[in-house]
Design a protein around this ligand. Structure first.
Ligand SMILES: *Cc1c(COP(=O)(O)O)cnc(C)c1O
Length: 722
């Protein structure tokens, strides 16, 4: 970045003494190191807020005087030097968990492919859980020193902000990404222009420009088709996430898989293994086979080698989550490609043919399963469901031997743990285990949470709750001041929330299987629970529905109408524009995290983990991660076994029963100083049981330990490096 004269010029006004801020701004390392964020904030708090916590934007916009003031401030410089040293140490460190564990292995890189990445709200390249999982995977790989390089899309115009209109209708307001003010940089060729590559063997031709994001020590390369070299109809391929008709979708997946593979080989990145996050990038595997065949390897050997060096993570039991393309469409773009592989059309199409439904078309998940030897689901239960779902691909094996195992998801602790909470842990855990952040996947360390006095944990929780409600009010006030809102909507969106009242949080995408409106099944009973004068209850909702998902939007509108209804007196609220930023406030600040999807649709779920590590217990149906996470002391669970017509009514009743009999009474059982010791015990259990097991650290180590040695062994058989 510093070598690039154009870039340097843009930041020329930054005083030399603190010009390391530019390097820091372009590495998302700042996003999970609170002390680094403070460094930007201290230059000028308003500019930091105005930039929406995007340091690149802030450095470009902040009046120069503030930069000079910081550069001359002794205290600022002292902190600056400390942080910069920590940053350089981190980036330059030679040893890591990975190098220690795998010192015998020759250096090897894994290429990670994903259609979305949730890293920070200044890079809105995500839709939901799949993206955050990928983002957390990169951050943790950086922390552990796992040699990983990632590929994705630079979605330039697609981020949709949610505004709720009259009657609860969701309006999607598009915000184009300002490429020059985002923490991304152009990848340049030797002549100083941006690298533009042609996606090989695809006709008509498509070109991609390359961008780069630094995620600590991990590089993420982004593909951008909105460039002059492309035909007008191809420029929009990278505009939006999961958008458009089948053909646009196919083009996206061609660009991601084949274009992504091309980008890595252009950059000279030698990697021995591939990790696919969901089926969207599966063409990368086809392309790996093609390249080997092109260099003279036999088709069978090429297939064996690619399969042996690929791990494929599947994420969804929902049928619509698996892309299927008609053979007509595949023919349109791949007719030249078949020949390069030395395959007939039929042989190629067979990669994506589902044995149970051979005429359905080309199934990307089937293709990924066929072209990888290592496959995993994202929780144990999801493993069972997935093995059943794909049993027909291994018809001779009994279902329990279908080779799809499970690596349960986890969340990146430094990203999702509130900094104040981390400071409290530091005080009590750190007093005994000073290096606890380095071994936070060790359950023994977390036993020390019991050392934290109940009052202190409780006081901090109330502070975070107040912070959430202040934030909600401030967002609404700003809209109101811009005359953007009707009075009823202001009420519906949480201005009456009271920090003294027990508060349930429900925030996730509004897909119908998540049943966001389940709790409204018996209205009378819910009204009684919410308006109980001695033990009142609040519920805060947030979440977006996909623009094409009518049913999801209707559920949202229904929830919104309840929030507007005077029956609930402002105690049911809907917070607009759920994204990384709103999620951070919610998972730190509510009292209880509610989850009631229709089993077995929740592959894992991760928002409940984010809440639990911050001392927010879950009340959830036994599905996804909660089957593994629930231990009887760290929250509440209800059954998943029941199937029948009145399923919704039974599940809703189970929630009401738990709330009335156990949860709410426990919350309001206080000592004379107002501390609910029983509740705090549950909070501590939630932290102790969730933080080590459901951390991205445990997850990434599991991926490495389980698959890498096998993939390495396989990569070294035929001596061919591509
Ligand atoms: C964590 C997260 C998700 C995924 O949550 P689930 O519990 O898996 O539904 C979605 N969106 C945002 C903004 C998140 O932070």
């Amino acid at each position: 970045m510093k070598g690039d004269p154009v870039e340097r010029e843009r930041f020329e006004r930054i005083p030399e003494r603190i010009d390391g801020l530019v390097d820091l701004a372009y590495n998302l390392w700042w996003s999970w190191h609170p002390a680094a964020r403070v460094l930007f904030k201290q230059v000028n708090g308003c500019a930091w807020k105005e930039s929406r916590h995007n340091p690149v934007r802030m450095l470009l916009d902040v009046p120069e005087g503030y930069l000079w003031r910081a550069a001359r401030d002794r205290e600022y410089i002292r902190r600056y030097d400390i942080i910069m040293e920590r940053y350089r140490d981190y980036m330059g460190k030679k040893s890591s968990w990975f190098t220690e564990e795998y010192s015998a292995c020759r250096p090897v890189t894994v290429a990670y492919f994903s259609a979305e990445y949730g890293l920070h709200h200044s890079l809105p390249f995500y839709a939901g859980g799949l993206g955050f999982l990928a983002g957390d995977h990169l951050k943790e790989s950086s922390d552990l020193g796992v040699p990983l390089v990632a590929v994705g899309f630079m979605y330039s115009s697609g981020y949709l902000h949610q505004h709720i209109g009259p009657e609860g209708l969701q309006m999607d307001i598009e915000e184009p990404l300002d490429r020059d003010a985002a923490p991304i940089t152009r990848v340049l060729d030797p002549s100083g222009g941006q690298v533009v590559l042609r996606v090989p063997h695809i006709d008509p031709p498509i070109h991609v420009a390359l961008w780069k994001v630094q995620v600590g020590r991990v590089l993420l390369y982004l593909l951008d088709t909105d460039i002059e070299e492309n035909r007008p109809e191809h420029r929009g391929i990278s505009h939006r996430l999961y958008y458009g008709g089948r053909e646009e979708r196919l083009l996206q997946e061609i660009v991601l898989g084949i274009g992504g593979r091309k980008a890595l080989s252009y950059l000279g990145i030698h990697y021995a293994a591939v990790h696919l996050n969901e089926g969207h990038p599966a063409f990368a595997l086809v392309e790996r086979v093609r390249e080997r065949v092109g260099k003279g390897m036999s088709y069978e050997d090429a297939l064996d080698q690619v399969r042996g060096t690929t791990v494929f993570t599947t994420h969804t039991p929902v049928p619509a989550g698996h892309d299927i393309f008609s053979t007509d469409l595949i023919d349109r773009y791949f007719s030249e490609y078949y020949r390069c592989l030395g395959l007939s059309r039929e042989e190629f199409l067979a990669f994506g043919t589902h044995p149970e439904d051979p005429d359905a078309g080309f199934n990307m998940t089937v293709c990924a399963l066929r072209l990888s030897a290592h496959h995993n689901a994202v929780s144990r239960r999801h493993g069972e469901v997935t093995r059943e779902m794909w049993h027909s691909l291994w018809p001779r094996l009994p279902v329990e031997r279908v080779p799809i195992d499970a690596v349960t998801n986890g969340v990146h602790l430094p990203t999702w743990l509130n900094p104040r909470m981390a400071a409290l842990f530091d005080e009590y855990i750190g007093a005994v285990c000073p290096y606890w952040p380095l071994e936070h996947d060790n359950p023994v360390v977390w036993e020390l949470v019991d050392e934290i006095p109940d009052e202190e944990l409780w006081r901090l929780h109330l502070w975070l709750k107040t912070k959430l409600f202040n934030r909600v009010r401030e967002m609404k006030r700003a809209k109101w001041a811009e005359h953007l809102d009707m009075p009823e909507n202001v009420v519906a969106e949480g201005v009456f929330l009271d920090p003294m009242v027990f508060t349930i949080g429900f925030a996730r995408r509004f897909s119908t299987y998540k049943r966001a409106d389940l709790i409204f099944t018996d209205l009378e009973r819910l009204v009684r629970i919410v308006n109980n004068p001695w033990r009142p209850v609040q519920i805060v909702f947030a979440g977006k529905a996909h623009p094409a998902d009518r049913a999801g939007q209707e559920v949202l509108a229904r929830v919104y109408r309840f929030a507007r209804s005077p029956e609930f007196g402002g105690r049911v609220a809907f917070v607009e524009d759920y994204g990384e930023r709103v999620a951070q406030y919610l998972v730190h600040g509510v009292d209880l995290w509610l989850n009631n999807p229709l089993p077995p649709m929740e592959a894992s779920g991760t928002s409940g983990m984010k809440a639990a590590i911050n001392g927010v217990p879950n009340l959830s149906i036994l599905d996804g991660w909660w089957i593994e996470g629930y231990n009887g002391r760290n929250g509440w669970a209800f059954d998943r076994e029941y199937v029948g017509e009145d399923r919704d009514a039974r599940d809703a009743a189970a929630i009401y029963d738990l709330l009335e009999k156990e949860v709410v009474p426990l919350y309001y059982a206080r000592d004379l100083r107002g501390v609910p010791h029983g509740w705090v015990k549950t909070m501590k259990e939630a932290i102790k049981s969730t933080a080590p097991h459901f951390s991205a650290r445990r997850m990434v180590k599991e991926y490495v330990n389980r698959y890498y040695p096998k993939m390495l062994a396989c990569a070294s058989i035929p001596a061919l490096r591509i």
